[in-house]
Write a protein that binds this ligand. Structure first.
Ligand code: ADP
Ligand code: MG
Length: 227
């Protein structure tokens, strides 16, 4: 199986007064196509910094990230933004839906960016995935009118709808109560299994991580594999 994600000697530090914080230190791993990888670790261990580097939202001080065999760390900001829009999906702890858009418009957005479908076909596709996730009666609701669990399901629909080869999730259940979190998890794993999307998910929820194909552990900026 080919590697969709290759990470070599990845390091990122932040200046902090007189010293520097080594947030990510010489991290190295590969992810194969279709794998669901969970990265766990205590708060402050460097998980979010690592995810930002992997997704091309931040750039390393050293080492590199190759996604779909392209060197993300060698791209400029504009190239990285274009790459993210074209190839990556994102799910965040804080949902990050567009407040002024309805659920349907939020999910339409990546399809419009992709520009491959007519408006009618895109609307049909966005409606189908929202209905599938139990939001068929919420299409015209703006995020403020939706519960946390509903907002995160809209965000998951938005992340999957354009069928990105790689999807990144940072604490997707972190803002939800336990029961709602489990429902959102189910939806995420179900769509992943069906679409064979490669997923890299950061969480401090060990129960969630257990369901992944592989668990990587961050500790003080360093990564190890849990066997
Ligand atoms: P986690 O997501 O595991 O909680 P983070 O990646 O957010 O950890 O943070 C790892 C370390 O890097 C922490 O010590 C944090 O304070 C520091 N850090 C993260 N981002 C920045 C930043 N933009 N500027 C300075 N320090 C940062
Ligand atoms: Mg974090």
């Amino acid at each position: 199986m080919s590697n969709l994600v290759t990470v070599k000697g990845l390091s990122r530090s932040f200046p902090s007064g007189e010293t520097t914080i080594q947030a990510v230190q010489k991290v190295q791993f590969n992810v194969a196509q279709g794998e669901f990888v969970a990265i766990v670790g205590a708060s402050g261990s460097g998980k979010s910094t690592l995810l930002s580097l992997l997704a091309g939202l931040d750039v390393p001080n050293d080492g590199g990230v190759w996604l779909l065999e392209q060197a993300i760390h060698e791209m400029n900001e504009e190239e990285r933004a274009r790459f993210r829009r074209k190839h990556l999906g994102f799910i965040f702890q804080s949902f990050q839906l567009f407040a002024e858009y309805t659920a349907l418009e939020n999910v339409l957005f990546p399809l419009e960016l992709q520009g491959e479908l007519s408006y009618e076909a895109a609307t049909q596709k966005a409606t189908a995935i929202l209905t599938r996730l139990g939001l068929g009666s919420r299409l015209d609701h703006k995020p403020a009118k939706l519960s946390g669990g509903e907002q995160q399901r809209v965000a998951i629909a938005r992340a999957f709808v354009a069928e990105p080869p790689i999807l990144f999730a940072d604490e997707p259940t972190g803002n939800l109560d336990q029961d709602t979190g489990r429902v959102v998890e189910e939806v995420l794993f179900e769509l992943q299994r069906e679409t064979k999307t490669t997923v890299i998910l950061v969480t401090h929820d060990l129960e969630l991580a257990e369901k992944a194909d592989r668990v990587l552990v961050m500790s003080g900026g360093r990564l190890s594999e849990r066997l």
